[in-house]
Design a protein around this ligand. Structure first.
Ligand SMILES: NC(=O)c1ccc[n+]([C@@H]2O[C@H](COP(=O)([O-])OP(=O)(O)OC[C@H]3O[C@@H](n4cnc5c(N)ncnc54)[C@H](O)[C@@H]3O)[C@@H](O)[C@H]2O)c1
Ligand SMILES: O=P(O)(O)OC[C@@H](O)[C@@H](O)[C@H](O)[C@H](O)CO
Length: 542
């Protein structure tokens, strides 16, 4: 059996026997100063960013590995990095059943960046004080950037961080701002902070969070005004936009079993107490897109040399991101996530073999979203949906689950559906009331909050920061019993933080309530409502 920690240069045959491709570079010889830090060393980073760095180390375009900083889950550092000498095994699960296995040695170090860990804390400050650093990338989930509660007030922990200043930050955005303050003090060195999380204008959100903290510190006299000016100076600090796409499910048992059978010893999967699902390996799909705004004030690695990575202007990235996140992929995914959880699916591939589910996502993508989305030119939106529904989602070897995608849905709805709804508001020839399937999914999410499936059995919803606030609003509803739906849903459906709109103000509140009323009318009513809505409104798709 080959272990991930085996010396990949001197034991190439062992790796080859297990069907694993290994790097030709020696990461120990790549001793340049760190140019690239990544925050959030979860599965997406391991499958995608680490692969990009690997290609650049191979081509000689990068002379140091990426340093991974975890601010959220310290067990990720131990269980997925340190234990395996920072090596990663990536498995691409092709649709013909071929599992392509490759070892990456592109992580130079991984550390838990928190004041409780002085070693990691001090190491990252040293890296940020070094002029060589060019970029920090982020894949920390939508909620990782958030400083506000659902009513728009700063979270108490953030208020504390703003009061306490750069010496003792606790939240990850405040800790990042403290790193930037150290970089400012060391010499006002430039760099890029590049969010690669799944939401529109991700760079703007990162910028807003960092500036909110920095300006709070400045108001409290804890940092000079010049620090805020440095963060706002485009020649010093940039917050490029990005669009990232690669379906990367949590490590799966099927892949683990296959690796074991192939003679790979580190096939075990870990579920950390912080709720990350991680392993020495990561499983992902073949298709991948990364479109980045080319704005790097301190230069950048030759990212554009890597297949699948496009460097372009801000508007193009914005259009590509809007195409993927608000129209052609993520809204379809969330529809599968909430419906799949209620209808008892545990596999996305199986779910899209259900004709109703396939038709639902096609209506959302082709009929409701596509007509109002701008063509980003670098990727054709129609071709993109075609590839998604015909090739990617049905791939039985991509072990994706509705339950993974359902995590944090409350944080995603305004982006995944709110932007399309806004287009219907803005276009004088359209009306949000023309939409049928998006409101149906919003109702399905409210139905999902009840945590009772369509067979009337309880299920555990995926983790979401608003569950504790929202579930009590629907918990006393019983399937098949008459109830005042408006009284139950009005606070939820009017919450602009959740949907990007007060749904009543735009004429969709009643529509969602209508679908929900139908969905709670008894066992099987979620499926029946879906069937009825499809037979009433579905359009023919060519
Ligand atoms: N997995 C995919 O298919 C995929 C594809 C495109 C984009 N993304 C983006 O990447 C993000 C991460 O996906 P993943 O597959 O790596 O997930 P994951 O569960 O494997 O890892 C999540 C990472 O985010 C960190 N994190 C979680 N909550 C945080 C918080 N509140 N503050 C700071 N860090 C936090 C975790 O510690 C971990 O490093 C997604 O939320 C999405 O925005 C994922
Ligand atoms: O990663 P999230 O939690 O924002 O969303 C879940 C999935 O929709 C997402 O991870 C997709 O797999 C991804 O966006 C594909 O590129």
């Amino acid at each position: 059996m080959v272990k991930i920690t085996d010396d990949y240069l001197n034991n190439q045959q062992e790796f080859a026997d297990a069907g694993i491709k290994v790097p030709t570079y020696d990461i120990k010889q790549k001793t340049g100063a760190t140019k690239w830090v990544h925050f959030g060393g979860g599965n997406l980073f391991r499958a995608f960013h680490a692969a990009i760095a690997d290609r650049l180390l191979e081509s000689g375009d990068l002379d140091a590995g990426v340093v991974v900083a975890e601010t959220h889950d310290k067990d990720v550092v131990q269980d997925a990095y340190k234990k395996f000498n920072d090596k990663i095994l990536r498995v691409i699960t092709h649709e013909d059943g071929n599992f392509e296995k490759e070892l990456f040695a592109s992580v130079a170090d991984a550390l838990f960046f928190d004041q409780s860990n002085p070693d990691g804390w001090n190491k990252l400050f040293k890296i940020f004080e070094n002029p060589a650093l060019q970029l920090a990338t982020f894949s920390i989930t939508e909620k990782g950037y958030n400083l506000w509660d659902s009513k728009g007030n700063l979270l108490p922990a953030i208020e504390d961080d703003i009061k306490n200043g750069p010496e003792a930050p606790k939240n990850n955005m405040a800790s990042l701002t403290a790193l930037m303050f150290a970089r400012f003090k060391a010499g006002k060195y430039p760099m890029a902070l590049l969010s690669t999380d799944n939401f529109s204008q991700n760079g703007e959100k990162l910028e807003k969070s960092v500036l909110t903290i920095a300006e709070g510190w400045e108001e409290n006299g804890l940092v000079p005004e010049a620090f805020v000016d440095y963060l706002k100076d485009d020649h010093k600090v940039s917050f490029p936009l990005s669009m990232i796409d690669r379906i990367t499910p949590n490590p799966s048992e099927a892949v683990s079993e296959k690796l074991k059978a192939d003679g790979f010893e580190d096939y075990q999967i870990f579920h950390t107490p912080g709720h990350t699902n991680i392993a020495a390996f990561t499983n992902t799909e073949e298709v991948h897109y990364l479109v980045i705004e080319d704005d790097f004030p301190n230069g950048r690695p030759a990212l554009d040399k890597v297949a699948g990575v496009t460097l372009t202007d801000r508007d193009t990235v914005n259009d590509a991101d809007e195409m993927k996140v608000t129209t052609c992929l993520n809204p379809l995914h969330t529809a599968l996530a909430v419906n799949g959880s209620l209808l008892g699916f545990d596999s996305i591939a199986k779910e899209v073999s259900d004709p109703d589910m396939l038709n639902l996502i096609k209506q959302i993508g082709y009929v409701e979203g596509l007509p109002v989305v701008k063509d980003p030119k670098v990727i054709n939106p129609k071709t993109f949906i075609d590839q998604l529904v015909n090739k990617r989602l049905p791939n039985p070897y991509i072990p994706d689950m509705p339950q993974r995608i359902a995590a944090d849905t409350s944080q995603k709805l305004s982006i995944r559906y709110g932007v399309t709804i806004q287009h219907y508001i803005d276009d004088p020839k359209r009306d949000p009331k023309d939409l049928h399937f998006i409101p149906l999914v919003l109702a399905t999410w409210c139905r999902y909050l009840m945590a009772i499936d369509d067979q009337g059995k309880p299920f555990e919803p995926s983790r979401d920061p608003l569950l504790s606030e929202l579930q009590p609003k629907v918990q006393d509803i019983k399937l098949g019993e008459k109830t005042d739906v408006h009284a139950h849903l009005k606070d939820i459906l009017s919450n602009q933080k959740i949907f990007g709109h007060d749904l009543y103000e735009i004429g969709l509140g009643d529509v969602v309530e209508g679908y929900f009323t139908s969905q709670i009318s008894g066992v099987g009513a979620v499926r029946k409502t879906l069937e009825d809505t499809l037979s009433k409104y579905a359009k023919q798709i060519n």
